[in-house]
Design a protein around this ligand. Structure first.
Ligand SMILES: Nc1ncnc2c1ncn2[C@@H]1O[C@H](COP(=O)(O)OP(=O)(O)OP(=O)(O)O)[C@@H](O)[C@H]1O
Length: 240
């Protein structure tokens, strides 16, 4: 778990007054939180609670959105790892990494070192020159994570990363997350895998019906649920 000093500035500050898909009908309201350097904040909640809408609002993808979002860095830099893999059919894994590196403005040498390390860490070196269309679900997910980790930004926004990952890939992913947190990156992670979230997150935002239903550390969530020893899963079913 991380500890934060009062002097530290949040790497991500989010204040969404309201946002949604149609004029005059807000899907989410009053969503306000910060992610501190080194913090892993879990965004949890039932299907349709508004988690993905919150992420879309942060990324500026919604037309109907009254929000202020501040991301640290000059220029601000973040990595977004989507829930469903997005890729080009005609580009190999290596070419995807190369394209992402060019977009991030990485130097060639730094890119080669970082990309080869990630290929090794995710056990993907053998398929570096293959097209992702032929990859399994987990391999496509690994490609998304590798692109996310490539530029080592201060903020990661990760939408449901665990689906499709085998135990070894999950372990590799968690180790990389940990390394990035130790470096000072802040992570917002949306997930339904509550036993893992309980183990790795510093704090939680529990959303329900487009609003924040509960927030804080596991202790805070337990207190809100009136269950001092309950699992996150049990608190979730009581509060959401
Ligand atoms: N593209 C869209 N157009 C219109 N309404 C949408 C759109 N996407 C989501 N919604 C609606 O917004 C609400 C919140 O959905 P959202 O996808 O944010 O939930 P979620 O918490 O991410 O759910 P899940 O856990 O199932 O992914 C739902 O009522 C959903 O029907």
């Amino acid at each position: 778990m991380s500890t934060y000093s009062a002097q530290q500035e949040a790497v991500l500050k989010v204040h969404i007054e309201e946002a949604g898909y149609e004029t005059g009908s807000a899907t989410i309201q009053d969503i306000e939180f910060e992610v501190m350097p080194g913090e892993l904040l879990g965004l949890i909640g039932p299907n349709g609670a508004g988690k993905s809408t919150t992420i879309k609002a942060i990324l500026g993808l919604l037309k109907e959105c009254k929000a202020s979002v501040t991301i640290s860095g000059d220029p601000p830099r973040y990595a977004y790892v989507p829930e469903s893999p997005v890729y080009y059919e005609d580009l190999t894994l290596w070419e995807h990494l190369d394209l992402a590196a060019a977009a991030f403005g990485m130097e060639d040498q730094q890119f080669e070192i970082q990309a080869n390390l990630l290929l090794e860490q995710f056990d993907m070196t053998a398929v570096r020159d293959k097209l992702p269309g032929g990859f399994s679900k987990g391999m496509k997910q690994k490609m998304m994570l590798m692109i996310g980790f490539l530029s080592r930004p201060d903020v990661y926004i990760v939408d449901e990363p665990f689906i499709g990952l085998d135990p070894r890939a999950t372990k590799d992913f968690l180790e990389l997350l940990d390394r990035e947190r130790k470096r000072g990156a802040g992570i917002l992670m949306c997930t339904h895998v509550l036993d893992t979230a309980e183990r790795i997150c510093d704090s939680f935002i529990l959303m329900s019906k487009g609003k924040i239903a509960s927030r804080g550390t596991l202790e805070d969530i337990r207190l809100a649920a009136g269950q001092p020893n309950a699992s996150l899963f049990d608190c979730f079913t009581l509060l959401a």
